[in-house]
Design a protein around this ligand. Structure first.
Ligand code: NAD
Ligand code: MG
Length: 388
């Protein structure tokens, strides 16, 4: 097989590192052309020495001198800052751009990748959520492909191949329910940062771990599914499945349900995206059915996990509503991680930011960026009022 050229954005994070583990597990199948990270210079330099990409991008410009010094004897193109991250998707020949950046910071580079007609393997769900109204038109023009890495969307993608588009009745996204699934609602305001960062089934970056605890992550995934599979929000269902063995399902018009199962390991959906349209032997996620726990399912409690209810509302509304949800959530999660607000204030912040927000129904990029900026400002002001 001719090796595939990869660009990995967010290479120092949880998904970025797992992507490199997949690369390591398949010697000779991939060439790393470029790596990008926010500020972890030490790890980026280590990765450089191992994979020798032609280019690196460091978004945090305050660490530019350190990177230049550490690599002064190397022949490598160094790019810095948010703007150069976008150039990164234009300059180098790549087969797949893996976007594993966290947050809406990944939006412009996701858009640029598809504008260039390249294949985008996307973990950065926030870019799909915010840029939802923009992707279809660009893809129609450039024929770029978007391959999901998020485990639920990879499962839907794989399961959906069992039928035709017009036969699809619902997609059923599974959710572990996070660490507070069984905790009474009255105790939610006392949840600490350490408790919220202790996810029962997945080891992930801090932001998505908090999102999983509030179920905002599931909400983002509902909006992500609408964009990726071009379906109305009414066809997206969520079911709690604490064991995280079924990663999601597709229901067809004849009531057949097709599911994708594995042990929870993000390296499996990453491998599927990187090797697609092929499947390869892989050591990741293998199941032993005789050792599985009982698989259980329950309805999500939308009263306890209001973020999911708000997300369904935004998914139905469309336009800039998902971007507003996302921006308020990013601001609130950051404030919670800095221990400025209570756990329950994360969802309150999303709800209050959405209240009376002027949603643009058919936005262009500027409308989306403006909605993101205004929502962050509103959320920031609210954080001041919520302070613990
Ligand atoms: P993480 O915090 O571990 O890593 C984030 C990466 O993004 C780091 O490399 C960081 O340097 C980079 N980054 C941060 N801010 C940036 C910016 N402004 N510009 C450019 N790069 C920046 O996060 P993660 O858990 O790897 O998650 C990454 C994305 O994948 C998120 O969108 C998350 O929702 C999604 N995702 C993660 C998992 C998982 O298991 N971790 C599963 C499904 C989806
Ligand atoms: Mg997921």
């Amino acid at each position: 097989m001719v090796p595939k050229n990869l660009l990995i954005l967010g290479s120092t994070g949880s998904i970025g590192k797992s992507t490199l583990e997949v690369v390591d597990a398949h010697p000779g199948q991939f060439v790393i052309r470029g790596l990008a990270a926010f500020s972890n210079v030490e790890l980026l330099v280590q990765q450089y020495h191992k994979y020798k990409p032609e280019a690196l991008c460091l978004v945090d410009e305050s660490k530019a001198d350190l990177l230049k010094t550490l690599l002064k004897n190397e022949e490598v193109t160094l790019l810095f800052g948010e703007k150069e991250l976008i150039k990164f998707a234009q300059f180098y020949y790549v087969d797949i751009v893996v976007n594993a950046v966290v947050g809406a910071a990944g939006l412009l580079v996701s858009l640029e990748t598809v504008k260039q007609g390249r294949t985008l393997a996307v973990a950065n769900k926030e870019s799909l959520v915010c840029g939802g109204p923009l992707f279809p038109e660009i893809i129609k023009k450039t024929k770029a492909k978007i391959l999901p890495i998020d485990s639920e969307h990879s499962a839907i993608w794989q399961s959906a191949m069992a039928g035709k588009e017009n036969e699809l009745k619902n997609v059923i996204i599974t959710a572990s329910g996070g660490p507070f699934r069984s905790l009474p609602k009255e105790q939610f305001s006392q949840i600490t940062k350490a408790q919220a960062l202790n996810h029962p089934t997945w080891k992930m970056g801090q932001k998505i771990t908090i999102d999983s605890a509030t179920l905002a992550n599931k909400g983002l995934e509902v909006m992500e599914a609408v964009v990726l599979f071009n379906i109305p929000a009414s066809k997206v269902k969520v079911v709690i499945h604490p064991q995280s063995i079924i990663h999601s399902m597709v229901e067809f018009n004849d009531s057949s349900v097709i599911a994708q199962l594995s042990n929870p390991d993000m390296k499996l959906p990453i491998s599927y995206a990187l090797f697609w349209p092929d499947r390869v032997e892989s050591p990741f996620g293998a199941l032993d059915f005789t050792k599985l726990p009982d698989l259980s399912f329950e309805e999500p409690d939308l009263d306890k996990f209001k973020a999911l209810k708000l997300a369904f509302h935004c998914a139905e509304k469309g336009g800039t509503a998902p971007a507003v949800f996302n921006a308020a959530n990013e601001v609130a999660v950051d404030a919670f991680l800095k221990e400025k607000i209570h756990f329950t204030d994360i969802t309150n912040c999303i709800e209050d930011t959405l209240q009376n927000f002027n949603i643009v129904s058919q936005p262009n990029l500027l409308d989306i960026l403006e909605a993101d900026k205004t929502a962050r400002k509103t959320a920031d002001e609210l954080i001041g009022k919520f302070v613990c």
